[in-house]
Design a protein around this ligand. Structure first.
Ligand code: S3P
Length: 180
């Protein structure tokens, strides 16, 4: 089984919580790309957006992902929703481990993010922004993911169970030389 697992998907899909559950279950390290950016810059994500702009944030995000993808120990990485916009990030994820898309309906995401507080891209009208961003990113999540979990009606523990079962199937296919 691959020893780097990347969780992708929209804001509100549950990547951070599911990542923590999975890392616990596997005994792997857990990294969160937003958390890594905050740690390396000493600023919060909203602060970086407000003071330096989205382009500067995306550069920090790419650095954080490169560090996570180079991890020498097994790791589950919760990848912030917009990281897939950068083709270089997509190539990095694709060659560095297994990618799982936590897919959710826009209504589910909107209910989970509420007012969008702490999420700069959602400040004005979270449901509309989520719908727009999801439509733009869906093909990228789709293209990258070896596994898709529909998370709308599942608690994080069951999402994690589905991923663990899916990873077993992926590794059995790899052992048999399928999909190569
Ligand atoms: C963003 C997602 C956020 C954070 C920033 C931008 C995006 O992370 O990086 O607010 O563009 O989708 P989460 O997906 O972890 O909420």
């Amino acid at each position: 089984m691959t020893d780097r697992l990347f969780l992708v998907g929209m804001m509100g899909a549950g990547k951070t919580t599911v990542g923590q559950v999975l890392a616990n279950r596997l005994g792997w390290q857990h990294l969160d790309s937003d958390g890594q950016v905050e740690e390396s810059t000493g600023r919060s994500v909203p602060e970086i957006f407000a003071e330096s702009g989205e382009v500067a944030f995306r550069a920090e995000e790419a650095n954080a992902l490169a560090r996570a993808a180079a991890s020498a120990t097994p790791v589950v990485v919760s990848v912030a929703g917009g990281a897939v916009l950068d083709p270089e990030n997509r190539r990095l994820l694709a060659r560095s481990g297994s990618v799982v898309w936590l897919r959710a309906r826009t209504e589910t995401l909107a209910a989970r993010v509420g007012s969008g507080h702490g999420r700069p891209l959602l400040d004005r009208d979270p449901p509309a922004a989520l719908g727009h961003l999801e439509a733009q990113r869906r093909p990228m999540y789709q293209q990258l993911a070896q596994m898709v979990v529909d998370v709308d009606d599942l608690p994080p523990t069951l999402v994690a169970e589905q991923i663990l079962a899916g990873l077993d199937r992926l590794s059995q296919c790899a052992d048999k030389g399928e999909g190569s």
